[in-house]
Design a protein around this ligand. Structure first.
Ligand code: FAD
Length: 821
């Protein structure tokens, strides 16, 4: 039976920190411009606001959290889909596109999106567009942008097929999950050839130009096909930009791009885990170069509302300066050392400085701000307007810091602090393995500098009212729920929005409109452009620049505060593992390294980590020197009786379903926690000690710990040695990475795991649970590899069977991680 189609589709997001929601809202905005209507809902509203049993065209955007888990808001939806009673044709009416957000620093990259896709297809759903898996480790936009480019043509193509002469079944039976994207849609035609080769022909208004892109893609919805996007046509110059991207490029080692004539070709490999860096190849139309120096006007061509291609002539003076640099530094060999020295946050080199640029979409303005000097305000209201925090498993409560001790010596590389927090007044419940989240403010000095820089010093403390612009074109525009409706700019910037987060490209794009200097404008355009992705990654993201750093580097930029606030993300609390077994008292302890960032790499001022710097400065006066004991309760209670004003920190407990010691004390544990990764294991061991004191039969516990110098940064040394002598710890393995002349121990925990392979595999065979805590970037991956090695060696398995074995342990919750970047 033919299916009636419209221009409507359902857009569902599962968001943990707001990224997936923000991307979904952007998709919805763009959809409107494309003449489509997206009905947007959070996945948590399943069966309340939507029912996928009745939907034909659904776009999913979902992040992943924890150890590959769905975001809290998606958990119910995922659980329902997992029901074993559902038939394999349950979703055979449903056609979907899926975008996963993740971080490849964590082992189960994009696991929620990947599992969701697997389950959707098991239930009969079919992809009408290739799935994208975006990696926050290198920048979500690397995948999100090209994925979004191709989405609307794919939806139109799908809905069009449904509407005209095909049923949905026919569409799916045409056998292609290949995506055809063409921005100039007027007179394009698409042909699907029988063997799934895709031929796309795009005919422009200037009919002299016809480019044909031929792509052959295998259809594997998980492993992804190719997206072909033709975009950004400047009819004046008859140039054409062809962007070909391979999304999640597991299967396609290279991207085939065909171009001809005056075509600018950009090729990028989009699953950024597979490529060390984004490769951008740009060949520049020489006629454009010739024009560069004598034009100062900005010439842009708008193909649709989503993309603007800036002609190189818009660079004006900026480019001439770049050209001068080029002459001085011999840029004839791109990438040579001289070039690298000349490239910086504020200066670019060919080919970027000569390239046409594709800028990101600028969403419609929606926020209005009115100063109300005559109003009076009580700022002691609920934090972030009482808006629930992601991952919160309790209400926010105020903890009192009863002691603060430095665990490392003064000459250690890192300063590590152990704080004891009194939660007695609250009814917060924590267990060993839980984490609490600390709600920290932005430093007042930085907020004041920012307000000063924006010309708002005098208005910092004037009451202000936020509302939605009456005539905004933004769909479902609303004041962010974490903004108090009435507040002051100082209060808002200090407590609600993240002013440190490296500005996203959308914010940079917004700043471009408020910059008066031509050189600065061009550079900022480059940094947010698709062609400038590598520079954006290097100079803004990796350097960890803040908005204030950008405004310092581009002094002619003077954006209005309301525009800036539309783009700043919510200030997120920072989680810390509890390093004690809290059932023993109403006190909990957390342990952390104080993060420091010097004034280098474009950072215009030195700074500490937002939360760790704040906790360090709050507790400076009570910090004891040198290694401390973890639970000297008498001392803590004495400190809490002192006359000094209490040091108060807002906190809540964080959900963590998995990372707890086994209830059955006889289950052996293998604990791996170098540095501050050892924190939760102190609680695990305290719990085992209690169980032992009660006479429980306790299994073996092995702990692998690592530090730089035993005398400088061996955290919890006394406690660990005590656990060993009391028999709670069966084996304590210490690795030391920076001590000269040490031969009796390994440098890193993963080496020690390999050295003890046989015993560990025996323990695993006896049912041991492996727990890994600490650095996600390197340690967790190296430890995973070490376990694969010992399983391979001691079970005589092939490499892939050994990694399958470890993967199975993860699935059966026998290998658990609590890691962070
Ligand atoms: P931020 O202001 O957030 O700055 C840190 C960021 O700056 C990082 O993204 C880092 O990449 C970047 N950065 C740092 N140095 C540089 C540089 N030189 N150049 C460029 N960028 C740089 N941490 C602990 O110490 N102990 C714990 O027990 C602990 N438990 C955790 C448990 C969980 C479940 C999670 C998710 C995290 C945990 N963390 C723990 C990490 C902790 O939450 C914070 O991320 C960490 O303390 C830094 O917070 P901050 O606000 O001080 O730093």
């Amino acid at each position: 039976m033919p299916v009636k189609t419209t221009d409507r589709f359902l857009l569902l997001y599962g968001s943990q920190t707001g990224q997936a929601q923000a991307i979904s809202e952007e998709i919805a905005e763009k959809a409107e411009q494309e003449g489509l209507h997206a009905e947007v809902h959070c996945l948590s509203l399943t069966e309340k606001k939507f029912n996928i049993e009745r939907e034909k065209c659904v776009v999913f955007v979902t992040s992943t959290t924890g150890d590959g888990d769905p975001p809290d808001t998606a958990a119910k939806f995922v659980r329902r889909l997992k029901k074993k009673t559902l038939s394999d044709s349950y979703l055979s009416h449903l056609n979907y596109a899926l975008l996963g957000l993740g971080d490849s620093n964590y082992t189960n990259f994009c696991n929620c999106a990947k599992s969701l896709e697997k389950r959707l297809t098991e239930l009969g759903a079919k992809p009408f567009y290739t799935s994208g898996f975006a990696d926050d480790g290198v920048g979500l936009e690397v995948v999100v942008e090209p994925w979004m480019d191709g989405l609307f043509p794919a939806i139109k193509s799908f809905l069009g097929k449904c509407e005209t002469n095909n049923t949905i079944e026919d569409f799916n039976n045409s056998g292609s999950s290949v995506v055809l994207s063409y921005v100039s849609v007027d007179s394009s035609s698409i042909r699907l050839s029988p063997n799934c080769d895709v031929v796309m022909e795009t005919h422009e208004a200037d009919s002299s130009l016809t480019t044909t892109v031929v792509t052959t893609s295998s259809i594997d919805s998980c492993m992804s096909d190719q997206v072909v996007t033709t975009s950004s046509v400047d009819n004046h110059l008859s140039d054409k930009v062809v962007t070909t991207s391979s999304v999640d490029n597991h299967l396609s080692d290279k991207v085939v791009t065909t171009s001809s004539g005056d075509t600018v070709v950009t090729t990028s490999s989009v699953d950024s885990r597979m490529s060390d860096k984004v490769v951008t190849t740009i060949s520049v139309d020489n006629r454009v170069n010739d024009n560069v120096l004598d034009s100062s006007s900005t010439r842009t061509s708008v193909e649709n509302d989503s993309f603007v291609t800036i002609d190189v002539s818009s660079s004006g003076a900026g480019l001439s300066e770049s050209k001068r640099e080029t002459t001085n530094t011999d840029a004839s060999l791109p990438g040579n050392e001289t070039d690298l020295q000349a490239r910086s946050l504020t200066h670019s080199l060919p080919p970027l400085c000569e390239s046409s640029l594709t800028l990101p979409f600028l969403p419609p303005k929606f926020l209005s701000l009115v100063f109300q000097p005559e109003e009076s305000l009580d700022l002691n209201v609920t934090l972030q307007n009482g808006c629930p925090f992601p991952s919160a498993a309790s209400n926010v409560t105020i903890a009192t810091v009863t002691s603060a001790k430095r665990l490392t010596t003064q000459d250690a590389v890192k300063k590590t602090l152990l704080l004891t927090l009194n939660l007695k007044e609250s009814n917060m419940k924590c267990e060993a393995g839980d984490a609490i989240s600390v709600i920290c403010p932005n430093p007042l000095s930085e907020v004041e500098r920012l307000l000063d820089r924006l010309g708002l010093k005098e208005k910092a403390q004037v009451p202000v009212l936020f509302d939605v612009l009456p005539n905004t074109k933004k769909r479902n525009a609303a004041v962010p729920p974490y903004f108090p409706q009435r507040t002051t700019l100082q209060h808002l910037l200090q407590t609600c929005v993240d002013i440190r987060d490296p500005p996203k490209k959308a914010l940079l794009r917004c700043l471009v409109d408020f910059i008066s200097d031509g050189i600065e404008k061009r550079r900022l355009q480059e940094l947010c452009s698709r062609q400038g992705a590598e520079d954006y990654g290097t100079y803004i993201r990796q350097a960890g620049l803040s908005l204030l750093d950008i405004l310092s580097a581009f002094p002619s930029c003077m954006p209005p505060i309301d525009s800036v606030l539309e783009h700043l993300p919510r200030l997120q609390p920072r989680p810390y593992s509890i390093c004690c077994h809290p059932a023993r008292s109403g006190l909990i302890q957390i342990c952390f390294n104080v993060v420091t960032m010097e004034e280098v790499d474009g950072r215009s001022y030195p700074r500490s980590g937002l939360c760790t710097g704040w906790l360090d400065s709050l507790t400076g006066a009570i910090q004891g020197d040198g290694p401390a004991e973890a639970s000297n309760e008498i001392e803590q209670q004495l400190q809490s009786l002192s006359l000094a004003p209490p040091i108060e920190v807002p906190v809540f407990t964080r959900t963590n379903q998995q990372f707890h010691p086994p209830e059955d004390a006889s289950v052996p544990m293998i604990l791996i926690g170098p540095g501050t990764g050892v924190a939760p294991f102190i609680g695990f061991l305290q719990q085992r000690l209690s169980q032992m004191e009660k006479g429980d039969n306790c299994g073996a516990v092995w702990l692998f710990y690592g530090c730089r110098h035993r005398k400088k940064d061996f955290l919890f040394r006394k406690e660990l040695e005590d656990f060993q002598s009391s028999g709670v710890l069966t084996k304590l393995s210490i690795s030391v990475s920076r001590e000269e002349g040490v031969t009796e121990c390994t440098k890193y925990v993963q080496e020690s795991i390999v050295d003890n392979g046989q015993s560990l595999v025996t323990l695993m065979d006896e049912g041991a649970v492996v727990y890994v805590c600490g650095d996600a970037k390197n340690m967790a991956k190296d430890v995973n590899a070490a376990f694969c090695t010992i399983v391979q060696e001691n079970k005589s398995l092939s490499e892939s069977d050994a990694s399958g074995f470890v993967m199975k342990m993860r699935l059966h919750k026998k290998y658990l991680e609590d890691v962070w970047t």
